[in-house]
Design a protein around this ligand. Structure first.
Ligand SMILES: [Zn+2]
Length: 286
């Protein structure tokens, strides 16, 4: 698999000269299977430049297909969708997975941002492409399913007043976990979530805050770099990817958080864990 980051920011876009190195777009990761099938993880505003790129291939001619996996429906994870150009091309097909008790309930939530009070689009049915919405039960006894030759598993993390799905994608013995917007209780992730993370080749983890800022904003339901380092060490992952930086953090602040996360990993016994701070345009081979 190959993962490319198109948006790494949390909560709201943060454009400007102070965020130019890591980028100001909100969450969106392009995941390509070995066969080249496109999986998109979250569709924050990072999906907009990804959409422009996709128009140059089959998505520009109405022959494109992609699987979308939403962690949850907060704005920074869905706001790129009405501006993702391939959805306006008839013939393209998208299957949108996300948390919800039923597919129709999830579809209703996604339709909310198309409401004429918020958008001129009115409904997802006006978009041109075919869009199927599938609810994923993150509490199921066996939360795994097969998509395009990839084994997908999903588990719910607490996220403030709501919950967000963490996903594990496995292909040919390699694994990537995406765990954004995770506000663990004092004891850390649940046993199910720990199992989801365990042994991953790549763990993309919420790193919204410094430990001090998280302590001031516990109710928002995000991780600090210390939460991420602990999850990586306990999960015995090979690579930790920092993700979903607070919108108020400049590039220099994120640089400093990266150095501090390295020290935290080392102190926790995770000196063998590779550390990468996600930035727009970064591609990782999994
Ligand atoms: Zn978010």
């Amino acid at each position: 698999m190959e993962a490319t980051f198109w948006g790494v920011r949390g909560s709201v876009p943060a454009p400007g000269p102070e965020t130019i190195r890591y980028g100001g777009n909100t969450s969106c990761v392009e995941l390509r299977t070995r066969a080249g099938t496109l999986l998109m993880i979250d569709v924050g505003t990072g999906a907009i430049p990804l959409g422009r790129k996709l128009l140059a291939d089959s998505f520009g001619k109405g022959g494109g297909e992609a699987l979308i996996f939403l962690s949850h429906a907060h704005w920074d994870h869905i706001q790129g969708f009405p501006f993702f150009a391939p959805v306006f091309v008839p013939g393209n097909k998208f299957i949108v997975h996300g948390p919800g008790r039923s597919s129709s309930m999830l579809e209703g939530i996604l339709e909310g941002q198309m409401n004429p009070h918020f958008s001129p689009l009115y409904t997802m049915r006006n978009l041109g492409a075919s869009i199927e919405v599938v609810a994923v039960d993150g509490m199921a006894k066996d939360p795994s399913f097969e998509c395009a030759g990839v084994r997908v598993k999903a588990r719910l993390n607490p996220h403030g007043a709501t919950q967000a799905l963490a996903y594990r994608f496995e292909e040919e013995g390699r694994s990537l976990v995406y765990a954004s917007d995770a506000g663990y209780p004092a004891g850390g992730p649940s046993a199910d979530v720990r199992a989801l993370y365990h042994g991953a080749d790549v763990l993309i983890h919420d790193c919204t805050y410094s430990p001090e800022d998280r302590a001031l904003r516990m109710a928002r339901g995000f991780s600090s770099i210390a939460d991420a380092a602990q999850a990586a060490v306990e999960g015995e992952v090979k690579k930790l990817v920092m993700f979903h930086y607070d919108q108020d953090y400049s590039d220099d602040v994120v640089d400093a958080l990266g150095e501090r996360t390295r020290r935290l990993l080392d102190e926790l016994g995770g000196s063998k864990i590779e550390l990468v701070a996600a930035r727009e345009g970064l591609t990782l081979t999994v």
